[in-house]
Ligand binder design. Sequence first.
Ligand code: ATP
Ligand code: MG
Ligand code: FE
Length: 341
Amino acid sequence: TIILGLESSCDETAAALVTADGRILAHRLATQEEAHRPYGGVVPEIAARAHVEALAPLIEAALTDADMTLDQVDVIAATAGPGLIGGVMVGLVTAKALAHAAGKPLIAVNHLEGHALSPRLSDRTLQFPYLLLLVSGGHCQILLVRGPGDYARLATTIDDAAGEAFDKTAKLLGLGYPGGPQVEKAAAQGNPKAVPLPRPLLGTAEPHFSFAGLKSAVMRAVQSGQYSKPDIAASFQQAVIDCLIDRTRRALTQADGMTALVVAGGVAANQAIRAALEQLAADHGLPFVAPPLWLCTDNAAMIAWAGAERFAAGLIDDLTVPARPRWPLDPAAEKARGAGV
Ligand code: ATP
Ligand code: MG
Ligand code: FE
């Protein structure tokens, strides 16, 4: 079984071909970073237009890489949300057209499920259920991953996402967009103890994350003129690590029967964060699983793979399935906390 996956929910357009047993036959990606850089963040209108231009050639290129025609593809999967709705629609409508024209089943993939299941693509021995720290540009959550479409959310952010905090810190430090990798690079040259910064919610009974106060403290540190950029970056990154580790350690007490501690999403590309989580897992006698860096940030291989997992579970979608700007993995938990978190 061969799955074509499409991704277009943010500023990466991507197409990939993956087999049901986890072989990546082709993966192509076009980033729009240059187009958005002058604005210091993603401009939805520019993103949607760029997806329209990039997607068809990427699909062609992926098929060529795999030496294959659309007829040989068995399943079409595309991100159907959450994300910037204009971009999501480009990928989903394209997938619907291909599925309809070629008579193939369509799978509407939740982008977060793409991130959540990506560790099973890179490590085929990883079994359900596992404890997942999902840290990306728009999300910061701890989830029990029980299977495709079966998630229990233990924690989420009450304000900013972890990646958002990295991006805002990069902007405050004048390090440009996208911010995560730049902050990590600067942090490597700095002293993580140089700047006193808060660790919001650390040690509280509350399971959730908060990063807005940290961002404000970074702004004050920048404005004080007292600290170097590398010292601020290193101190910020350490504060984020301390929060992620504290909250994940707390969640581990509710994680009986989990096979592993797993991290996914763009922020999981950060080496210092990976190292801290690896140590935490070791302290709890659990295996630690993190996808390779390219599979952490947005890509279509993870969407094709989520499509493979859902197809195997019989979760096929109708051609009328909508694009969704918001789409929680655990709707019950979202409802319990109220809209916005
Ligand atoms: P979501 O998946 O929540 O919809 P997204 O798709 O925009 O959001 P991803 O592509 O998964 O997010 O991740 C991008 C985020 O990861 C950005 O905020 C970026 O700054 C952050 N990021 C990427 N690399 C690193 C790194 N090395 N260190 C820290 N953060 C990083
Ligand atoms: Mg991106
Ligand atoms: Fe993402």
